[in-house]
Design a protein around this ligand. Structure first.
Ligand SMILES: Nc1ncnc2c1ncn2[C@@H]1O[C@H](COP(=O)(O)OP(=O)(O)O)[C@@H](O)[C@H]1O
Ligand SMILES: [Mg+2]
Length: 238
């Protein structure tokens, strides 16, 4: 699903590599938890995995495609088709409604639109199903501007947007940091359930290790490289 080889990355104007990853392989359906202290390079690694940036050395292969070798516009198309990204700050579009935000990926991805069509559905129907799963149902709420929602609700909208049209990989960059413990647990359970039903690969990043127990692989980013921290179990956590 994802394979990194001999990667090194440094930000412009830095003289030292931020990341050095010799080898990392992620297989289909894995649910990974990546921890690491603030500034350790977690978000940078996610940017490399999803082709937002490319490494100075080495390769990033996703779904048999070496994305680090593609030009920027093709990497954008690839990401839109195959990766659902939940940002730390959600990146919802403030002048669009809840439902419009969830449907947004379809405008950038014919692949995801086609997957919904193959289920015999319209994008709006599938968006409504996902919103219902996360407890946001009814015309009143789905037509609201996202700016009128609580942080917890915005986060669930961001998750629905990432999941719409079944991208093979979901990347979540510390999406729970602004929620209380109970809301965080509920959010993670939901994400794990939705991903397990579709055999979606989930790459979840957090510095809060209390959630790691629900994932089947735990990695730590430390001094620029990945350590396989511990593997609690290799079967479904659900
Ligand atoms: N756009 C950027 N330009 C230059 N340096 C950056 C940029 N983004 C992050 N960095 C630097 O890279 C390091 C790792 O940052 P980041 O990947 O955001 O860590 P984490 O997500 O683990 O907190 C930090 O030292 C940060 O200052
Ligand atoms: Mg970060």
């Amino acid at each position: 699903m994802v394979e990194i080889n001999n990667l090194s990355y440094k930000w412009k104007d830095e003289d030292k590599d931020l990341l050095r990853i010799d080898h990392l392989k992620i297989t289909k359906g894995e649910r990974l938890f990546l921890k690491g202290s603030s500034g350790s390079g977690k978000s940078t690694l996610l940017g490399l995995l999803s082709g937002i940036m490319v490494p100075q050395n080495g390769t990033v292969k996703v779904l048999d495609q070496i994305i680090s070798g593609l030009k920027p516009s093709l990497r954008d198309v690839f990401r839109a088709n195959h990766i659902g990204y939940i940002f730390q700050t959600f990146n919802l579009v403030p002048y669009l409604s809840v439902i419009e935000n969830v449907i947004l990926p379809i405008h950038f991805s014919t692949v995801r639109r086609q997957r919904i069509r193959n289920m015999g559905k319209e994008p709006k129907q599938e968006a409504e199903r996902l919103l219902q799963v996360v407890g946001l149902s009814g015309e009143a709420i789905i037509n609201k501007s996202v700016t009128e929602l609580s942080v917890g609700q915005q986060q669930r909208v961001a998750a629905c947007r990432a999941l719409l049209g079944d991208p093979e990989i979901i990347i979540a960059d510390e999406p729970t940091s602004s929620l209380d413990q109970t809301a965080q647990e509920a959010f993670i359970t939901l994400l794990l359930e939705e991903c397990s039903q579709k055999q979606t690969t989930l790459f979840f990043v957090s510095h809060d290790t209390s959630f790691a127990k629900d994932f089947n692989r735990i990695l730590e980013l430390k001094n620029g490289s990945i350590e396989e921290f511990e593997t609690i179990n290799n079967t479904s956590p659900l």
